[in-house]
Design a protein around this ligand. Structure first.
Ligand code: HEC
Ligand code: HEC
Ligand code: HEC
Length: 455
C-alpha cells in the first residue's frame, strides 16, 4: 500500500470540488479526484497536548517573543510583585489576546500566557506558562502550568497545586491576575459590588503604589485608610496617561483608629456614564454593606473636583510627566508640591552638603525615584525626579538643583535632564548641563547619583 502526504499551498483557492493532481517522477495523475479546500487564511496549527516539553517546544517554534503580544498596559521588564520576581515580561498568544479584547468572559482552549521573570539586571531567570487545554483539569479551569528555567531544565508542570492554589484567588477572572476576560460592570451599586466581591479584591488587587495599608487619613474618609486599585488603575498610576482608563476601579476602605472598617468609598471609571465628571461613578457603602450614596454624588464630586487636573484623584499623581523645559518641569514639581515628597532615604533636612551644592542641603525624591532607591533597582525609572535645595552657611535658600529622568532625553547619559534654579526663580542652567554631568559622571555606575546606592 502506498501512502501520499499532500500539502495544500497556503495560497490555494478555496472551493468544495478542487481537482487534485499529483506529480511525481515526471508523471502527473489525471484530475478525476477532487478535494475541498476551506477559506481559512491561516493554516491550522496543531497545538501541543499536556506535555511540558512539547508545550515549550511549541512556543519557541512560534517565536513567541516576536509573535505574541505584551499584556496591555505592561512594558517589557515591568515591576512585578511577589512571588514572581521583579522584572517581568508577559506575553499573550493570539487566542488569549482575542479573548481579553473581546471580553469573552473566560479564556478559550489554546490560550497561552507566558511570563518571563528576570533578575533586577534583566537576565532571564525562568519562564512560566499557563496554557488552557480542554478537559485537562476541569476543577481548576483546565489550566496547565509549567516552569522552565533559563538553562532549559523543566520545573513543576501540569496541574501544579503550588501554582493554582494561589491563582485560584483570581478564579473569577479565570485564574489570571494581570488581565481579565470579564466585561466591565454597569454603573450601578449592585453590579459594581458584585464585580468587586467576585474579584476578591484584597487578594488580587494592589495597594495604590506608594501608599500603605491603614495609612493615616482624615475627614471625610476615616482615621485610617487602605486604598486598593485594580490592575487597570494600577497600570495608569505607573504609566501616567493623565486619565484613568475605562474599567479602572479605586476602592478605599475607611477605618477608625482601631482598624475597624467604617465604610468603603469607590470610584469606578465607567465609559459614557458621566462625561462632564470624568466618567466617574461614585459609590459609598457602610461597613454592613448598605449603599449610602451612589452615582454622580455631589458630596464626593464637590471635593474631588479640586483635583480635576489629576482626573479627580487625591492619593497620587497620574499626570503626564513634564517636557524637558525648565518652565514645564518647575511648574510640575510646584504643582506636585515637592516639599510633600519623601527625603532621599538616609538623608535629613538641611544636612551638611558638599561643594558645589551649598553648605546645607535638603533632597526630595518623588515616588518613582523613592521606589527605585528602596528596592535597589540599579537605576531609576523614567519620571524619577530629585529636587535638592541648596542652602548657604546662613541657612538661606541659594538655589535648587534638580535631576529629572525623561525617556529618550539623553540616552548616552541615562536620560537625565539637569536644572539649576536660583532662589529668585531665575534658571541658571538646564538640559544636558556639562558642568553637572562632568562631576556626576563619577557615579555613572550608580545612575549618576551620589547620595545613596541603587544596588
Ligand atoms: C502566591 C501566589 C502565586 C503563586 C504561588 C504563583 N503565582 Fe503566578 N501570579 C501571581 C500574581 C500576583 C501574578 C501577577 C504578577 C505581577 O504582575 O506581578 C501572577 C501572574 C502569573 C502569570 C501571568 C498571568 C496572570 O495570571 O496574570 C503566569 C503565566 C503565572 N503567574 C504563572 C505561574 C506559575 C506557572 C506558577 C507556579 C509555578 C505560579 N504562577 C505561581 C501569583 C502567584
Ligand atoms: C472633603 C473632601 C472629600 C470628600 C467630600 C470626599 N473625598 Fe474621597 N478623598 C479625599 C482625599 C483627601 C483623599 C486622599 C486619600 C485619603 O487621605 O483618604 C480621597 C480619596 C478617595 C479615594 C481614593 C482615590 C483618590 O482619589 O485618592 C476614593 C475612591 C474616594 N476618595 C472616594 C470618595 C467618595 C465615594 C466620596 C463621596 C461619598 C468621597 N470620596 C468624598 C477627599 C474627599
Ligand atoms: C563637583 C561635583 C558636582 C557638580 C559640578 C554637581 N554636583 Fe550634584 N552632587 C554632587 C555631590 C557630591 C552630591 C551629593 C550631595 C552633597 O554631598 O552635596 C550631589 C547631589 C546632587 C543631587 C541629589 C542626588 C544625588 O546625586 O545624590 C542632585 C539632584 C544634584 N546633585 C544635581 C546637580 C545639578 C543639577 C548640577 C549642575 C547644575 C550638579 N548637581 C552639579 C556633586 C556635584
Amino acid at each position: 500500500m502506498n501512502r501520499i502526504n499532500a500539502v495544500v499551498p497556503s495560497g490555494a483557492t478555496p472551493g468544495n470540488a478542487v481537482p487534485l493532481q499529483i506529480r511525481a517522477g515526471g508523471i502527473t495523475t489525471a484530475d478525476t479526484v477532487t478535494i475541498a479546500i476551506d477559506g481559512a487564511t491561516e493554516p491550522a496549527i496543531t497545538r501541543p497536548g499536556a506535555d511540558a516539553s512539547a508545550i515549550w517546544d511549541f512556543v519557541f517554534r512560534q517565536n513567541f517573543r516576536q509573535n505574541f503580544s505584551l499584556v496591555p498596559g505592561k512594558d517589557q521588564l515591568y515591576e512585578g510583585i511577589a512571588p514572581h520576581s521583579q522584572a517581568l515580561t508577559v506575553y499573550l498568544n493570539p487566542v488569549a489576546r482575542q479573548a481579553i479584547e473581546s471580553k469573552a468572559g473566560s479564556m478559550p482552549a489554546g490560550s497561552m500566557i507566558i511570563k518571563e521573570a528576570h533578575s533586577a539586571a534583566g537576565m532571564l531567570n525562568a519562564s512560566l506558562i499557563m496554557y488552557k487545554i480542554t478537559g485537562f483539569d476541569p476543577a481548576n479551569n483546565d489550566w496547565f502550568y509549567s516552569t522552565r528555567q533559563a538553562n532549559g531544565s523543566m520545573g513543576a508542570s501540569g496541574s501544579v497545586a503550588g501554582c493554582f492554589g494561589c491563582h485560584a484567588r483570581a478564579k473569577e477572572s479565570d485564574y489570571m491576575f494581570l488581565v481579565s476576560p470579564l466585561a466591565a460592570p454597569e454603573p450601578n451599586a449592585a453590579a459594581v459590588r458584585d464585580f468587586i466581591e467576585k474579584q476578591n479584591y484584597r487578594l488580587t488587587w494592589r495597594l495604590w503604589p506608594g501608599t500603605s495599608a491603614f495609612q493615616p487619613s482624615g475627614a471625610p474618609h476615616g482615621t485610617l485608610v487602605s486604598i486598593w486599585v485594580n490592575e487597570l488603575a494600577y497600570n495608569a498610576i505607573r504609566n501616567r496617561p493623565g486619565q484613568m482608563p475605562a474599567g479602572a476601579i479605586v476602592l478605599k476602605e475607611n477605618y477608625n483608629g482601631e482598624r475597624v472598617l467604617q465604610a468603603t468609598s469607590i470610584m469606578y471609571k465607567s465609559q459614557g456614564s458621566n462625561p462632564s465628571g470624568g466618567d466617574w461613578y461614585w459609590l459609598q457603602q457602610t461597613a454592613a454593606g448598605q449603599v449610602a450614596a451612589e452615582g454622580r454624588v455631589q458630596g464626593c464630586i464637590s471635593c474631588h473636583q479640586q483635583n480635576s487636573a489629576n482626573d479627580h484623584l487625591w492619593a497620587g499623581s497620574i499626570e503626564r510627566f513634564p517636557d524637558t523645559k525648565a518652565a514645564a518641569v518647575w511648574d510640575y514639581v510646584a504643582r506636585q508640591d515637592y516639599k510633600s515628597w519623601k527625603l532621599f532615604p538616609g538623608t535629613t533636612a538641611q544636612m551638611r552638603g558638599n561643594a558645589p551644592h551649598g553648605a546645607f542641603i535638603t533632597t526630595y525624591v518623588n515616588e518613582p525615584a523613592l521606589n527605585a532607591i528602596e528596592k535597589k533597582r540599579g537605576a531609576m525609572p523614567p519620571g524619577s525626579i530629585l529636587v535638592k535645595e541648596n542652602y548657604g552657611t546662613d541657612r538661606n535658600l541659594a538655589a535648587v538643583t534638580l535631576m529629572y529622568k525623561s525617556e529618550g532625553f539623553d540616552p548616552d547619559r541615562n536620560d537625565w535632564y539637569w536644572m539649576q534654579r536660583m532662589a529668585d526663580g531665575s534658571v541658571r542652567a538646564e538640559g544636558k548641563v556639562s558642568g553637572c554631568i562632568n562631576c556626576h559622571t563619577a557615579q555613572a555606575s550608580n545612575d549618576y547619583l551620589f547620595l545613596g546606592r541603587l544596588q
